[in-house]
Design a protein around this ligand. Structure first.
Ligand code: AHN
Ligand code: ZN
Length: 326
């Protein structure tokens, strides 16, 4: 259902009524108004079934824990898909040390549409799985499927990649899937987001710039609520306003709440902002916990909590923003 858009149907209705005066023709259907969206370029239709399939494909590899075969296979899969959509795709490799003194070779997956366009939007998410369900009461030392935490954002971005390959937007688009976001420990901000930290110090192109960035984190839960996240408002308020207005314009104001909430200590957008690109975080807030959902870093984070309606709300909003950017 579309809200907050202008409907021009009165004239059509009056003309139709006059035309049918004095005849036995039926009353015109009042339920089919001629809709005219004001000042918006129509965006292609975001396919939530396709986005869902991209989420499931990642989860089907098994937990994408750094250093495992599932992690390596998932990277190959994402790169091959992005290349198949004609995006200029590469893997940024680097070596990082985790808080528990282990070394990992990280893979940031980077894909560009219209790589030479000046005006660009960056869409990002993380694609690694946390090695432990340490917020769970059972099997807290074991990895979990992690469908919402990582794959939901990657799945939405993959569907955006597929759509822009079919219908070209005016602007360039960069998609970055950061690695090793989730191998952190609480109370140590620098232990998280190792992929985006590496990228912020080693940009994939010299002087890389985008008009703004949009980080997607946990964008697939049922009835998800996305308030304006505080760091995003502080560093990238015009991008926040643009995205939340687009969502309201196309009828997704019930997902994108105008409230500002402080609940994200650290996330990849912090490091994108450190690189000088204003970047927002679309991230689910749970009213009951006052923080993340109760599935967060537990075995509950699996395909059962992925809702196509939420993927659609976020994905369609992104397309709306992309196709209206100059
Ligand atoms: C912390 O949990 C400290 N930061 C949120 C970043 C994150 C982890 N997003 C998903 N998983
Ligand atoms: Zn996480």
């Amino acid at each position: 259902m579309k809200k907050n858009i202008y409907f021009i149907y009165g004239c059509a209705f009056v003309l139709f009524s006059l035309a049918s005066c004095g005849t036995d023709t039926k009353e015109p259907e009042k339920t089919t108004p001629v809709k005219v969206e004001v000042n918006r370029v129509p965006a292609p239709d975001f396919n939530a079934d396709s986005a869902y399939a991209f989420v499931k494909a990642q989860v089907d590899f098994g937990p994408r824990v750094p250093g495992t075969a599932a992690h390596a296979k998932c990277a190959d899969y994402l790169v091959a898909k992005l290349k198949s959509y004609g995006l200029e795709t590469s893997i940024q490799k680097g070596t990082v040390q985790t808080f528990d003194k282990k070394q990992f070779s990280l893979k940031n997956i980077i894909a560009s549409f219209k790589p030479d366009a000046q005006s660009r939007i960056l869409i990002c998410s993380h694609w690694d799985t946390r090695p432990w369900a340490d917020e769970d009461t059972k099997n807290a030392d074991k990895p979990f499927d992690s469908a919402n935490d990582g794959p939901s954002g990657v799945g939405v971005a993959m569907e955006v990649a597929r759509q822009i390959s079919k219908t070209q937007p005016n602007v360039g688009i960069d998609i970055i899937f950061f690695d090793l976001e989730d191998y952190g420990t609480s109370g140590n901000n620098e232990s998280w987001c190792l992929g985006s930290q590496y990228w912020s110090k080693n940009l994939h192109k010299p002087n890389y710039y985008a008009n703004f960035g949009i980080l997607l984190d946990m964008v697939g839960g049922p009835n998800a609520l996305f308030p304006k996240e505080k760091t995003s408002v502080d560093y990238a308020s015009s991008a926040v306003d643009k995205v939340w207005k687009a969502a309201a314009d196309i009828g997704y104001g019930n997902y994108f709440s105008p409230q500002v909430k402080t609940f994200v200590g650290i996330d990849d957008h912090v490091f994108v902002n450190k690189a000088g690109i204003p970047c927002i975080d679309i991230i689910e807030y749970n009213q009951a916990t006052g923080g993340f959902g109760d599935y967060h870093h537990t075995h509950k984070d699996n395909m059962d909590i992925i809702d196509k309606n939420t993927l659609k709300a976020v994905g369609q909003t992104l397309l709306e923003v992309i196709y209206n950017e100059k």
